[in-house]
Design a binder for this molecule. Structure first.
Ligand code: NAP
Length: 295
């Protein structure tokens, strides 16, 4: 699909971070945006901003871990905004831990939000796109889909799944008028889940800005690009591609490179930080629930 103006776009993860930048970018291209996320406050904030820019916006509060109710969500969207022309599967979460410390529900929520919700939304929207003989599905994966990294293995698995599913679906839908693109950003600075950790990226790993991801999404739609790597500084997209190709032949060289530039240390730190946050939350819950000593 090469034209964005006048199209209706369903964007998940639209309440903050990279999703907000994608929404602004699409609004500037004169698309109608249907933004989905759990935070009503985040959706309302973006709604006001986009409407002030003269854009068309509809915010819908929805928890994407609820796959069962998605047919109703799609029905509601169809009623309020009409058929969806472009789907941007952007919502995502990550949990840093030693693999053996994940609970079954943590495994389930990362895989459901990052991968299954994208598949289910696409499955529900595809019949209309196929009938209209036009449509575009954009999946926001990650560089973690191309090379795994420690203490974030479930996230990497979910993003690798998203990447390979996009690759398969693109071929399956070839010639139908429905296109599929996958975007793989490296570390994104400024805003988003990585910036929120407050820990800087290893200097040799490269970073990009949320606007770079938004620009990549718009270009992928306009030029029907199959797969886009978003990374800058020393690790330009082309240099990253070269390294990834090399690591296909020599995977342990990739492991050593990540260790050498500090990816492993960084993730270990993020795992420790997340554990401390969880511990503090547990502690304050125990304090609130404690029975007062009346003696
Ligand atoms: N930031 C990076 O460095 C980076 C790098 C590569 C790829 N990515 C990918 O880019 C995408 C956006 O990430 P980000 O950095 O913008 O993250 P973020 O700031 O944490 O935002 C995540 C978005 O997903 C939504 N979301 C999370 N769980 C949800 C649920 N259960 N139901 C509905 N919405 C949910 C959040 O909204 P609510 O909390 O309001 O529900 C929020 O809008 C993700 O897929 C991420 O994996 C990010």
């Amino acid at each position: 699909m090469s034209i964005i103006a006048g199209q209706t776009v369903l964007l998940t993860g639209a309440s903050r971070g990279i999703g907000a930048f994608i929404a602004r970018g699409l609004a500037k291209e004169n698309a109608t945006i249907v933004g989905v996320a759990r935070s009503q406050e985040g959706l309302d904030q973006l709604s006001a901003e986009i409407k002030a820019l003269g854009g068309r916006w509809l915010g819908i509060k929805y928890d994407l871990s609820n796959l069962e109710d998605m047919p109703n969500l799609v029905e509601q969207i169809n009623k309020l905004a009409g058929p969806i022309d472009i789907l941007v599967n952007n919502a995502g979460i990550e949990i840093y831990k030693n693999f053996q410390d994940y609970s079954a529900s943590e495994l389930q929520s990362v895989l459901t939000i990052n991968l299954l919700s994208a598949m289910e939304l696409s499955r529900l929207l595809l019949p209309t796109m196929l009938r209209q003989k036009r449509g575009h599905i954009i999946n926001i994966a990650s560089l973690s889909a191309k090379k795994g990294n420690p203490y974030n293995s479930i996230y990497c698995a979910s993003k690798a799944g998203l990447l390979m599913w996009s690759d398969s679906l693109r071929q399956e839908l070839s010639g139908t008028g429905v296109d599929v693109s996958v975007i793989c950003p490296g570390y994104v600075s400024g805003q988003g889940m990585f910036a929120d950790t407050g820990i800087p990226a290893p200097s040799l790993a490269g970073t990009s800005k949320p606007t770079d991801v938004a620009i990549a999404v718009i270009q992928a739609i306009k030029q029907n690009q199959a797969e886009v790597i978003v990374n800058q500084d020393l690790m330009t997209a082309n240099f990253t591609k070269l390294l990834l190709a090399l690591w296909q032949i020599f995977p342990r060289f990739g492991d050593k490179f990540y260790q050498w530039i500090g990816v492993n240390k960084l993730n270990q730190k993020r795992a420790e930080n997340q554990m401390q946050v969880a511990f503090k939350a547990d502690e304050s819950r125990t304090m609130v629930g404690a029975t007062p000593d009346l003696k």
